[in-house]
Design a protein. Structure first.
Length: 135
């Protein structure tokens, strides 16, 4: 077993084994600030992201809810990752890998255009101007 998978609970490992048998960890994206494990993995030639919450985690259920109820308009146009598997009780979700770079800590962190784009996306969503509602 890959050492990075050792941070997952038994229930999380069992689900991951069922969903992605023989998964291979490529990179650990966890920040180490909270008890959430974020792993980039490959399975059957596809790249995915695995997010697993620790005992005190209250965020994974909200993220899973967002994937199930809010993100589909954005996943259809490639602006958000597609949910492959999720289990709120186990605090585990798997998404298809979406190429990109985390802005925090990058050269783009202070780029006004990046923040403008993020703000426009948030405003459009708040006002209901989502891709699934356009004529």
């Amino acid at each position: 077993m890959d050492p990075a998978l050792g941070t997952l609970t038994g229930q999380q490992r069992s689900l991951l084994d069922r969903w992605l048998p023989g998964v291979s960890v490529e990179r650990d994206h966890s920040w180490g600030l909270v008890a959430t494990t974020v792993l980039e993995v490959t399975h059957a030639g596809s790249r995915c992201i695995v997010k697993a919450g620790g005992d005190g985690d209250h965020h994974l259920a909200r993220e899973l809810h967002a994937h199930q109820h809010w993100l589909r308009p954005w996943t259809r146009i490639g602006r958000a990752p597609t949910l492959a598997y999720g289990n709120a009780e186990a605090k585990l979700l798997v998404t298809r890998f979406l190429p990109g770079e985390l802005v925090l800590g990058s050269g783009y962190a202070d780029d006004p255009d990046v923040h403008r784009q993020a703000g426009e996306r948030m405003i459009a969503d708040a006002l209901g101007d989502r891709p699934d509602r356009r004529a």
